[in-house]
Write a protein that binds this ligand. Structure first.
Ligand SMILES: Nc1ncnc2c1ncn2[C@@H]1O[C@H](COP(=O)(O)OP(=O)(O)OP(=O)(O)O)[C@@H](O)[C@H]1O
Length: 232
């Protein structure tokens, strides 16, 4: 089957006031439907930079990016914006929940500007289903201030999943959480792959990384050549 993502030889050099710095020096990555990948690497190794290229927030200097059968290496920003909302779900370290809205309203909001109009009742039903998937349907009416950090992050995951993205990108989603709470969040992310979603998790936490199907280590702008550990 065609992979969701095929990236080859991706490079990115940052040109600031100082000397140009090569952050990514030829990254190869393939993600299949239903697969989960953890990306580890020391601070500043380029993990977030890579995720922002994959999520089409930024462009590589060279290399090729195939999304399914489509070469999207050099698509215009308008098309990139459409793909970001149609194909990707994003989860960040910060939850970015709207504090005056309940959990279910925060999740439904993600459907307001989506493809095709949905009546409010349908949006709410889908949002409830997404909250159920991450195990917090019972907290649907709670506003963020009444939720713990881990619960808020699971609302954010439900918000990312409610649009049924094909690819879920998570950048340090457990960075602000303790280990136990982080485990719940990682399980909520991983469970998205049960329905065929592809997941890429950037993390510093080796335990969380080990819950993914593959673990890749970013060092000096490329993935280590050490054999990938496959968890079965
Ligand atoms: N907009 C920018 N302008 C200049 N330098 C940047 C910019 N964004 C990132 N960098 C630099 O690029 C390098 C890679 O950053 P990146 O955030 O991708 O690393 P990371 O592996 O995600 O780090 P961390 O684990 O600390 O989040 C860092 O040295 C960072 O300082």
């Amino acid at each position: 089957m065609t992979p969701l993502i095929r990236i080859t030889g991706l490079t990115k050099t940052l040109k600031g006031q100082d000397e140009p710095r090569t952050i990514l020096a030829g990254v190869d990555l393939t993600l299949h439907a239903g697969e989960s990948i953890a990306i580890l690497g020391r601070s500043g190794s380029g993990k977030s930079t890579l995720l922002s290229l994959i999520g089409l927030f930024d462009r590589a200097d060279s290399g090729q990016y195939l999304l399914g059968d489509n070469d999207i290496t050099r698509i215009p920003e308008r098309r990139a914006a459409a793909l970001r909302s149609e194909e990707f779900g994003f989860v960040f370290q910060r939850f970015f929940l709207l504090k005056h809205l309940s959990a279910v309203q925060n999740v439904s909001m993600a459907l307001v500007n989506g493809q095709g109009w949905l009546p409010r009742r349908k949006r709410r039903a889908k949002a409830m289903e997404a909250l159920e998937r991450v195990g917090i349907a019972h907290l649907a009416k709670h506003k963020p201030q009444r939720l713990s950090g881990g619960e808020q992050q699971r609302v954010a995951i439900a918000r990312a999943l409610v649009r049924e993205p094909r690819i879920l990108l998570a950048d340090e989603p457990t960075g602000a959480l303790d280990t136990e709470t982080g485990n719940l969040v990682v399980e909520a992310l991983r469970s998205a792959t049960d329905r065929g979603c592809g997941l890429i998790l950037v993390t510093h936490d080796h335990d969380h990384a080990s819950k993914m199907g593959r673990v890749l280590q970013l060092t000096n702008g490329v993935f280590d050549a050490t054999p990938e550990r496959v968890v079965v």
